[in-house]
Design a protein around this ligand. Structure first.
Ligand code: TXA
Ligand code: MG
Length: 394
């Protein structure tokens, strides 16, 4: 199949192009399109055959449900029911259109292919003129996972979509690089307190402010997150925000291990975002991370190495080396004190370094606040959990 690639203005897309792409969705075809987070691969959410093909071309396990995208708050209740506490509307007002996905009870007309057979459905209104225009032109809810092959880094540019899916999908709307760079935050409103199943474009801090209390699924948090991360690694669910409350650690461990056995978000259990090369996450101060990299490179047995590091760490390395040693490829991830800059370059960095065919990619973690939580989560998943703590080493 020939994939049709059409450039669109990200702010003011041509209505004629959107109308044609919308008609393609209605015919059951697959259309990749930009959102503010990453590119999505869209199909008619009410057409089980189209959704089944979506899973097939991505190579996605059928039990990992996809997000349903709608263009207005009035359409949310066509696919979902209100959460028990009726909190969805307030969150919608505050965060939509935007990078927040709400898990709500489903309506029957949503096919099992979309929800993976769950009783819930994930919904969001994206903040991107092309995405909104496409959904409106299609005239129905659009099921859209990230437009990458399953397990690969998500696409933040149309080129990434083509690298994975050219020849397998009908359309790519190319609206340039995406703004946020990591996917939406997935928040489950069917439990109490609400639980973040995937950190993303809306920060946990912002959700806490809106809801008072949220929990973060233990699988989300790792060592990069200080005490809470250590707790998660020990199997304890981390309480975010308003200090630890009654029940004690034992109760939390029980609850957390139960959660881990029965993941609420099937996506939590799969390896993700992975380049071909193995990845190791380096955690610690720029000084410690730079020292760990120097030990590897100057030891002389590193082989071809890809470095995904912040400008702070890069500066330290360049002070030590007059030029980059042979066999070392660097992608500067951004400013360590502004994790949103790293989020924007994350998937592009992993894909770019991978093209150099390194033996190993070393990726520097950032501070776990704001978008840093999502960045560290994606890096850890790309590394299959391989994290090296560099602090405390000479
Ligand atoms: O930013 C995004 O969310 C992008 C753009 C295209 O909107 N989409 C995206 O979709 O990242 P996907 O399919 O790659 O990730 C969807 C996530 C998965 O982790 C999945 O397990 C979870 O949402 N999910 C979907 N439906 C769910 C449900 N009913 N309950 C719990 N988790 C669900
Ligand atoms: Mg995905």
């Amino acid at each position: 199949m020939k994939t049709r690639v059409v450039r669109v203005d990200p702010q003011r897309p041509d209505p004629a192009v959107l109308a044609e792409a919308g008609a393609a969705i209605r015919r059951g075809e697959l259309v990749a399109f930009p959102t503010e987070t990453v590119y999505g691969l869209g199909a008619d959410a009410l057409n089980p055959k189209a959704v089944a093909r979506l899973f097939e071309v991505k190579g996605r396990p059928p039990d990992n449900p996809v997000i349903v995208h709608v263009a207005g708050v009035g359409e949310v209740m066509e696919v979902a029911r209100p959460d028990p506490r009726g909190r969805w509307a307030g969150l919608a007002e505050r965060f939509w259109p935007g990078p927040l996905t709400l898990v709500l009870p489903r309506r029957e007309q949503v096919p099992d292919e979309v929800t993976g057979g769950l009783e819930t459905v994930a919904v969001r209104i994206p903040r991107h003129a092309v995405a909104l225009g496409l959904i409106r032109a299609a005239g129905r809810p659009v099921a859209a996972p990230s437009a990458n092959r399953s397990g690969r880094p998500s696409p933040s540019r149309a080129e990434h979509v083509l690298a994975d899916l050219e020849g397998f999908i009908e359309w790519v709307l190319d609206g340039g690089p995406t703004a946020v760079g990591v996917e939406s935050t997935v928040l489950d409103l069917t439990c109490e307190p609400p639980m973040v199943l995937r950190p993303g474009g809306v920060t946990v801090e912002a959700l806490e402010e809106a809801l008072g209390q949220v929990r973060v699924h233990p699988a989300v948090i790792g060592a990069a997150w200080g005490a809470a991360g250590a707790a998660a690694e020990a199997g304890v669910e981390a309480e975010v925000g308003v200090g630890a409350e009654g029940g004690g650690v034992a109760a939390q461990v029980r609850e957390a291990s139960e959660l881990l056995q029965r993941p609420r978000s099937p996506g939590l259990k799969y390896r993700h975002y992975a380049p071909e090369a193995p990845v190791v996450v380096l955690e610690g101060s720029p000084e410690a991370v730079a020292a760990a990299i120097r030990r590897r490179v100057e030891g002389g047995q590193a082989g071809r190495l890809g470095l995904f590091i912040t400008e702070q760490t890069l500066r330290l390395l360049l002070q030590a080396w007059s030029s980059l040693p042979g066999g070392v490829a660097v992608f500067c991830s951004g400013d360590r004190s502004r994790p949103e800059t790293v989020a924007r370059r994350l998937f592009e960095g992993l894909r770019t370094l991978d093209r150099e065919r390194p033996r190993l990619i070393l990726a520097e973690a950032v501070e776990g606040r704001g978008l840093g939580l999502a960045v560290n989560n994606r890096l850890r998943k790309a590394a299959g959990g391989k994290v090296e703590r560099c602090d405390g080493l000479p």
